[in-house]
Design a protein around this ligand. Structure first.
Ligand code: GLN
Ligand code: ZN
Length: 758
């Protein structure tokens, strides 16, 4: 059986691309230097795949910033305000990705959005009425030739026209329909150009096909590809989908003249059923996405080989039509396990990062052609899935999850009653002012943590430093006149990593970086086993902070759904069960905070929206139906007078407002300063009961908002929400901000609140 990779990661095994790009931004290296680094990275990846015996190796999957942006630029979808500055091609590209500001020009970056259900973000192409779609440059051909010069024959890969049109933002009156003819004809040119270079296969990525499709969507897709495929001569076209199944368009897809169709058998719940029901026509290859491109666990060969056998039985010509593929690009997993020298083999043997997944592909290919049940390779793999992984099971956790009762998901008394009790107890002014939790993480704060981690300072020194920081922070907040204070989160590097490190069941890596956007990477923890709390985590810090003031200090926790969503999850138990385990651990922390005199506890769910399924029909039954109760489980046992806050880093929850309200928090703070406050109308329409603190200024910029500006924002908010439920706060944590601007901004915020009260 042949093997294929949808796309490889590009940041480099030591994040070389990130560091080179950042140096280029600072003017420390030249464009030629940056290109050289890129070539080295690509070379390593091409040869790695070739040596692993991969038959269909992608090219064109490399990107200096983002693949959707590459596709847009390749068809001249470049708004005039960027091209007009007169920068080099590469700098124009970077200007679109991250904005540009010198005397030559001043433009903001294009919008950035989450890439389907991943933690990766793409740049949103902007199509204006005067955009002229034309094939420009020869990026794909050049990439193909670059690989060919290394002796690697590749399949050029690019985002397909349907997904490109679906993801774009249209600024004028024209819509996708107005551009479809031009785009189809330019894709035809692209194919012809690549064919001239000797390309045998081209891959068009169409992940938008796994979403709910309307009749118009299907018509658009068919229009584009009938047109594009009408003139293809020798070159073969692979239509690649991922992140789900293509239930709305499967039969249309297989009826078109594609030479290969890539289907996701990991996340595509319906893929097998679609194949069984409709078959797979002869004369085409089926690229079967069976090696998970998103998670880091070893592939279960037995399950996969059985699946492949089934798939083959549904294909008209059987096994010979099947190519073993990754389920999506390997962009979403780290480079290699080899760097993880602190994790022992006992653990490591269960993982597979990008490099190791290449081996899995070729092993599966070899096994599929043999009497695999008796192969040594197979037995070795099977042994990983029998019995329990070391230190992964905790009897007490299993017992507790099993003992959760329906009433544990419900907090009593209900909201309205609690609200009165809390107002009486806390006795806060109208429009209470607060912050989201973190205060500026200055260099000394980070150094203190690092020195402690490295063993350079004692625990006492570490704690003493943080206590000083906390008491200063409390003093500052009192001076500014805030009503509900925070301790500042100086002990935390990252809101998920911090809790992961203090809970049992997590594993941390040294270099398992995954690109989040551009040069930004994240290093998600791995949920290895049952999660439990070793000991109270935040209680001492919060208690100390509360001892410094008479005003209420909010306890500060990360919620279970966010902890799960920003980690690599387990595959041996359900996401729901894993989340419930984390919820029970955080619940213990909530109750300890309460018992130690903390009257307000914030449980952040910054990533709750991120894993909302791509299909609306799955939102509740696949996700919200367990994620929201998991959040309630965390706080349901607190006393009525304890006030529970939650925070979200976005305001796009118009479509799930009832679910957010059903979290049954007492107060929710969220980002609103950058959106048009449309969310407020929706809250009103939905009779949102939870008190709200829509962020009154944007903390993502160093700009100090003026008092008037905040008054204006608050006035608008009052019109929509009424005074009784409105809180006043910034839109997210202050950790990335400087101390001076933070103080100035908060003073304006408090003064604005005072003005409104008066
Ligand atoms: N409490 C966290 C902070 O203030 C919340 C961070 C976030 O929402 N991303 O930093
Ligand atoms: Zn936030």
């Amino acid at each position: 059986m042949k093997t294929s990779v949808i796309g490889f990661l590009r940041i480099g095994k030591d994040r070389e691309l990130k560091f080179a790009t950042e140096k280029y931004f600072k003017g420390e290296i030249t464009e030629a230097d940056l290109i050289k680094t890129a070539q080295e990275i690509k070379k390593e990846h091409y040869l790695l795949q070739k040596n692993a015996g991969i038959d269909f190796i992608p090219s064109g999957d490399f990107s200096f910033y983002d693949g959707v942006l590459d596709a847009a630029v390749q068809f001249n979808i470049v708004p005039k305000r960027y091209s007009e500055i007169g920068l080099s091609e590469l700098d124009t590209y970077f200007a679109m990705a991250r904005g540009y500001q010198t005397e030559k020009g001043n433009v903001r970056a294009l919008a950035m959005k989450k890439w389907f259900n991943t933690n990766y973000h793409y740049i949103v192409p902007e199509i204006d009425d005067d955009t002229e779609i034309t094939l420009t440059g020869s990026r794909l051909a050049d990439e193909y030739k670059e690989a060919a010069a290394l002796g690697v024959d590749t399949k050029p890969v690019t985002v397909g026209p349907f997904t490109l049109l679906k993801l774009a933002r249209y600024t004028g009156v024209k819509t996708a329909d107005d551009f479809k003819a031009a785009l189809a004809s330019e894709y035809k040119k692209l194919i012809a150009e690549l064919e001239k270079e000797g390309v045998k296969w081209i891959q068009f990525d169409e992940p938008s096909l796994v979403k709910d499709l309307s009749a118009e969507d299907i018509a658009l897709f068919e229009y584009l590809y009938k047109e594009i495929l009408s003139s293809k001569a020798g070159v073969k076209i692979l239509l690649q989908t991922y992140f789900g199944d293509v239930r709305d368009i499967y039969t249309n897809l297989t009826a078109l003249d594609f030479d290969g169709i890539g289907l996701d058998l990991v996340e595509g719940k319906e893929t097998l059923n679609l194949l069984e029901k409709n078959g797979f026509p002869a004369g085409k290859l089926l690229f079967a996405g069976v090696v998970n491109g998103k998670n880091i666990w070893k592939n279960n060969y037995e399950k996969t080989l059985e699946k492949l056998g089934k798939i083959a039985s549904f294909a008209e010509e059987g096994l010979k039509q099947i190519v073993i593929n990754t389920s999506c690009s390997l962009l979403h997993v780290p480079f290699s396990l080899e760097a993880e020298t602190d994790i022992t083999d006992e653990y490591k043997s269960h993982f597979s990062f990008a490099k190791e997944k290449l081996t899995e592909l070729s092993e599966l290919a070899a096994l599929s052609e043999s009497d695999w049940k008796h192969a040594e390779l197979f037995e070795k793999n099977a042994a990983l899935f029998t019995g329990r992984r070391v230190n992964s099971h905790n009897e007490e956790v299993t017992r507790r999850v099993g003992a959760i009762k329906a009433e544990d998901y419900t907090r009593l008394p209900e909201f309205n009653e609690r609200e009165k009790i809390q107002k009486a107890r806390l006795n806060l002014p109208k429009f209470p002012t607060t912050t989201i939790g973190s205060f500026p993480q200055t260099a000394d704060v980070r150094k203190n943590r690092q020195d402690y981690k490295k063993g350079l300072i004692s625990k006492e020194e570490y704690v003493a430093f943080n206590k000083k920081k906390i008491s200063d922070c409390i003093k500052l907040q009192e001076e500014i006149g805030l009503d509900v204070l925070v301790h500042g989160e100086f002990e935390r590097n990252d809101m998920v990593e911090y809790f992961g490190e203090n809970l049992d069941g997590f594993l941390f890596t040294k270099k398992a970086w995954v690109q989040s956007y551009g040069t930004r990477c994240v290093k998600p923890p791995i949920i290895w086993g049952d999660v439990s709390r070793k000991a109270p985590i935040t209680v001492e810090w919060s208690k100390f902070a509360q001892s410094c003031t008479d005003k209420p200090v909010k306890g500060m926790l990360t919620g279970p759904v966010t902890i799960l969503n920003w980690s690599f999850p387990r595959e041996d138990i359900s996401l729901k069960d894993s989340t419930l385990e984390i919820a029970l651990a955080i619940r213990d922390e909530v109750l300890d905070l309460e018992a130690n005199g903390i009257s307000i506890i914030q449980i952040d769910e910054a990533a709750l929206r991120e894993k909302l399924p791509l299909r609306k029909t799955d939102w509740y039954k696949e996700y919200l139906d367990w994620a929201i109760p998991a959040f309630r489980l965390v706080h349901s046992a607190v006393k009525p007078e304890t006030q529970i806050h939650t925070h979200m880093c976005y305001s796009e929850f118009t479509d799930i407002i009832p679910a957010i309200d059903a979290m049954d928090a007492d107060v929710i703070t969220f980002e609103a300063s950058r959106s048009d406050l449309q969310i407020l109308d929706s809250l009103k329409e939905n009779n949102f009961k939870t008190e709200v603190g829509p962020g009154v200024y944007d903390i993502h910029s160093p700009r100090v908002p003026s008092e008037e500006e905040i008054v204006t924002a608050l006035t608008k908010m009052r019109e929509k929400l009424g005074d009784y439920k409105l809180w006043v706060n910034p839109d997210c944590g202050l950790k990335t901000r400087g101390e001076t601007e933070t103080k100035a901004s908060l003073i304006n915020l408090v003064n604005a609140a005072k003005k409104i009260r008066a």
